[in-house]
Design a binder for this molecule. Structure first.
Ligand SMILES: CC(C)(COP(=O)(O)OP(=O)(O)OC[C@H]1O[C@@H](n2cnc3c(N)ncnc32)[C@H](O)[C@@H]1OP(=O)(O)O)[C@@H](O)C(=O)NCCC(=O)NCCS
Length: 147
C-alpha cells in the first residue's frame, strides 16, 4: 500500500487531537498539549492515510541542529498493522536527513511492545535506559538510528 503523507497545519489541529487520543487512549498527551505542538519551534507534524481517505496516522519530529528527535507517532486502532507507522517513520527519516541530521533518536516506554517492534524493524537500536522515567513508574528506552 502506498500511503498519502502530508505536513499538518493549524487547520488540522482538531483532526490531530482526535487521532492522537484514539491512538494513545489513556496515555494521550491531551488536546491542549497536542494543539500546542503546532506552535512549538522546529517541530514538523505529518499526517498519513490511504489516498483520498482522511488521515489515520500521524508523526511529530523535532529538528535539533544535526540530529532529530521523533516526539510521537500513532495510528488509530482500526488502521494498525498495515504499514502506516512504518511509512510515517520512513518519511520522518527522509525529512530529517534532508535537514542535515546525522541521527534520529526517540524515547519509548519499555513496556510498549508494538512501538519497540516498530522501531527495531526500522533499524533503531537501544542506546540507554532511563529508569522510572514516566509518571506511572515505567522505564524509558532511548533508541537511535543513524541516517
Ligand atoms: C506503535 C504503532 C504506532 C504502530 O503502528 P502501525 O501502523 O500498526 O505499525 P506498522 O503496521 O507500520 O508496523 C510495522 C512493523 O512494526 C512492528 N509492529 C507494529 N505493531 C506491532 C504489534 N502490535 N506487535 C508486534 N509488532 C508490531 C512489526 O514488525 C510491523 O511489521 P509487520 O506488520 O510486517 O509485522 C501503533 O501500534 C500505535 O499507534 N500504538 C499506540 C501509540 C504508541 O504507542 N505510539 C508509539 C509510542 S510514541
Amino acid at each position: 500500500m502506498t500511503y498519502a503523507i502530508r505536513s499538518a497545519g493549524p487547520d488540522d489541529a482538531a483532526l490531530l487531537a482526535r487521532l492522537e487520543a484514539q491512538s494513545f487512549g489513556e496515555r494521550s498527551w491531551g488536546e491542549n498539549n497536542v494543539k500546542a505542538s503546532f506552535v512549538a519551534p522546529r517541530v514538523t507534524i505529518l499526517l498519513a492515510g490511504k489516498p483520498a481517505n482522511p488521515p489515520s496516522g500521524f508523526a511529530m519530529w523535532r529538528d535539533l541542529d544535526g540530529e532529530a528527535e521523533l516526539l510521537t507517532i500513532g495510528v488509530e486502532p482500526g488502521a494498525q498493522r498495515q504499514g502506516l507507522a512504518a511509512a510515517l517513520l520512513a518519511a520522518v527519516r527522509k525529512q530529517a536527513l534532508e535537514t542535515g541530521a546525522a541521527r534520529l533518536f526517540l524515547e519509548v516506554d519499555a513496556g510498549n511492545e508494538a512501538a519497540l517492534a516498530l522501531y527495531r524493524a526500522g533499524g533503531f537500536e537501544k542506546i540507554s535506559l532511563r529508569r522510572a522515567y514516566y509518571r506511572d513508574g515505567a522505564d524509558a528506552v532511548i533508541m537511535q538510528v543513524m541516517l
